[in-house]
Write a protein that binds this ligand. Structure first.
Ligand code: PTJ
Length: 239
């Protein structure tokens, strides 16, 4: 279906179509559609716009990524379908490698995701290896690449599940996530949570990184409190 740009729900409908195409291409899981539905309901309550608490988190995230020694971008089936091109731009801008890491186990989907990332212009894509694991997780997401998540000090992992976020933090990694639900375990555990729709905040994160890079290092750490940002998001949801 071709959605007319004049449709009042154009952005929401075309975002849904990106995920459906992701499923058709074998990069997004069927469960991913349900996860997106959960996100959409929070976005609806947030007025489908980027709030001040998200802008502050984006600023803090950009600085942390630029200051990191070994930053990594963890890619799952939803984020690839929604913001594949932006992930590659982010990888080049920081710079940081991209690593395929999915929750719903499927070798076939992992390969399709790698193929899609390369097709979109990624120069290097790291794949999970059975030899390197993150302790404290029982499922597929524990398998990581030696040069990627395994050795990273800062992990950018949007739309994450709570278990792995906790495990990454326990493994002394700083975690930046994007999650429309400020009450999720991931949101509460991450170092920085951007409570915003990934389709809006990726663009803003890229702009912020470019702005900071133009000024050059050192990238001063700004005062940022994740708990306060989550409280502000919850307050907005409730109002
Ligand atoms: O490709 P896989 O197998 O790794 O699976 C990816 C998903 C996203 C399905 C998997 O990680 C998953 O099930 O995640 P959860 O535990 O459902 O968490 C996803 C969180 O992201 C939820 O809190 C949603 O509200 C939120 N979310 C969903 N869509 C968006 C979102 N947050 C920001 N932007 C979105 N578009």
């Amino acid at each position: 279906m071709k959605i007319p740009k004049s449709h009042p729900r154009y952005v929401m409908l075309s975002t849904q179509q990106k995920l459906v195409r992701g499923v058709e291409k074998g990069i997004t899981s069927l469960e991913g559609l349900m996860a997106h539905g959960r996100g959409e309901s929070f976005d609806y309550l947030l007025g489908e716009k980027t709030h001040d608490f998200a802008l502050k988190a984006i600023d803090a995230a950009a600085r942390l990524l630029l200051k990191a020694k070994h930053p990594i971008i963890s890619v799952n089936g939803n984020v690839l379908a929604l913001v594949g091109k932006e992930l590659i731009q982010l990888s080049k801008a920081i710079p940081a490698p991209l690593e395929v890491n999915i929750f719903h186990t499927s070798k076939k989907r992992e390969s399709a995701m790698k193929k899609e990332l390369l097709h979109l212009g990624a120069s290097q894509v790291l794949m999970p290896s059975r030899q390197f694991t993150i302790s404290g997780i029982d499922h597929n997401r524990k398998y990581v690449h030696k040069e990627g998540i395994y050795k990273a000090d800062v992990v950018f992992v949007p739309l994450e599940d709570g278990d792995r976020c906790q495990a990454l933090v326990k493994n002394k990694k700083k975690v930046i996530t994007v999650d429309l639900n400020p009450k999720s375990r991931t949101s509460k555990t991450a170092t920085i949570t951007i409570v915003d729709n990934i389709v809006r905040c990726m663009v803003l994160l890229l702009v912020e990184i470019k702005r900071l890079k133009k000024k050059g290092p050192p990238y001063a750490t700004m005062k940022y409190n994740n708990g306060m940002a989550l409280l502000a998001a919850e307050k907005r949801l409730r109002s």
